[in-house]
Design a protein around this ligand. Structure first.
Ligand code: NAD
Length: 257
C-alpha cells in the first residue's frame, strides 16, 4: 500500500513561478519530493533568467511560459499536459496582479480598468484553468489557489486585492460544488505574509510581516515550504475527503485578528 501522502504517478501543473521566493517554488518542490511530475509555468520570457536556474530544485520539470491573459498560451499549456500524460491530477494557481496605482489607492477610488485587470489575472484565470483541467481530470483531481486573509478582514494596505481574493475564495467554493461529483476537489490555501515579488508591491509590507509574526500564537511566519506541504496534503490521497476548504497556513495569525 502506498503512503497516503505519496504523489507517486500523480501529474499536473504548477503556475506562477517568478523567482526563488515564489510560493509556486515551495509548491513545486514539495510536490516533486512526494513523487509528482509537473509542468511549471512563468509569466513571460523576461522571467527566464530567474526561473531556469530553479529547475534542479523542482526535479527538472518542463518549464513553460504562460501569461494567463493569453488564451492561446493557456490552451498550449493544457494541450502539452494532454500530449504528455493524457490526463492530469492537479493544478496549482499561484498568480496575482493589480496595477500599482489601484493597489496603492483607496478601494473606493479604484479604476474600472484596474479592478477588471486584477480580477481577470488573479481570479477569473483560476476558472479558465479549471475549465481546461476538467476534461483532463479523468481520475478526479485537485485544483488549488492561493489567497490571503485580507479577503475576510480589512488589512491595512491590502486594498484592492481584498475584494479580488474574496471573489477567488467564493469562486473556489462554487467550483468545489460544481466539480465535486466528478471527484475534482477544489481548495484555497490562505498563506500568512511571505516576502515575495508580489508582496513587495504592497505598501508597508515589512510592518505586515512584523504584526503577523507578533500576533500569531505560534510566534512565527509561514514559509513557502509550509505552503508546499499543505498543498501536498490537499493533493494527496490523505486529502481525499476534503473539498471547498480555506486552509490557513499562517502560524494561527487569523484567529487572533
Ligand atoms: P510571486 O511574485 O512569486 O508570484 C506571483 C506570480 O504571479 C508571478 O510568478 C507572476 O509572474 C504571476 N503573474 C502575474 N501576472 C500574470 C499573468 N498575467 N499571467 C501569468 N502569471 C502572472 O509572489 P507570491 O507571493 O508567490 O504569489 C503567489 C500567490 O500567492 C498569489 O496569488 C498571491 O496573492 C498569493 N499569496 C501571497 C502571499 C504573500 O504574502 N506573499 C500571501 C498569501 C497569498
Amino acid at each position: 500500500m502506498s503512503h497516503p501522502f505519496s504523489l507517486r504517478n500523480k501529474v499536473g501543473i504548477v503556475t506562477g513561478l517568478a523567482n526563488e521566493d515564489s510560493i509556486a517554488l515551495g509548491c513545486a518542490q514539495a510536490l516533486h519530493e512526494q513523487g509528482a511530475e509537473m509542468l511549471v509555468t512563468y509569466a513571460s520570457a523576461s522571467d527566464e533568467p530567474k526561473v531556469l536556474p530553479l529547475a534542479e530544485a523542482m526535479g527538472y520539470p518542463e518549464l513553460l511560459p504562460c501569461d494567463v491573459q493569453d488564451d492561446t498560451q493557456l490552451d498550449a499549456l493544457f494541450d502539452r499536459a494532454r500530449e504528455r500524460w493524457g490526463r492530469i491530477d492537479f493544478v496549482v494557481h499561484s498568480i496575482a496582479f493589480a496595477p500599482l496605482e489601484d493597489l496603492h489607492g483607496r478601494v473606493v477610488d479604484s479604476s474600472r480598468e484596474g479592478f477588471k485587470l486584477a480580477m481577470d489575472v488573479s481570479c477569473h484565470s483560476f476558472l479558465r484553468m479549471a475549465r481546461r483541467a476538467e476534461p483532463l481530470m479523468t481520475e478526479g483531481g485537485t485544483l488549488l489557489c492561493m489567497t490571503y486573509h485580507g479577503s475576510q478582514r480589512v488589512v491595512d494596505n491590502y486594498g484592492l486585492m481584498g475584494p479580488v481574493k474574496a471573489a477567488l475564495e467564493s469562486a473556489m467554493r462554487y467550483l468545489a460544488a460544481e466539480l465535486g461529483p466528478q471527484g475534482i476537489r477544489v481548495h484555497a490555501v490562505s498563506a500568512g505574509p511571505i516576502r515575495t515579488r508580489a508582496a513587495s508591491s504592497l505598501e508597508a509590507f515589512d510592518e505586515l510581516l512584523e504584526k503577523s509574526e507578533a500576533r500569531s500564537p505560534l510566534g512565527r511566519l509561514a514559509s513557502i515550504e509550509d505552503v508546499g506541504n499543505a498543498v501536498v496534503y490537499l493533493t494527496s490521497p490523505a486529502g481525499a475527503a476534503t473539498t471547498g476548504t480555506l486552509l490557513y497556513i499562517d502560524g494561527g495569525d487569523q484567529i487572533q485578528y
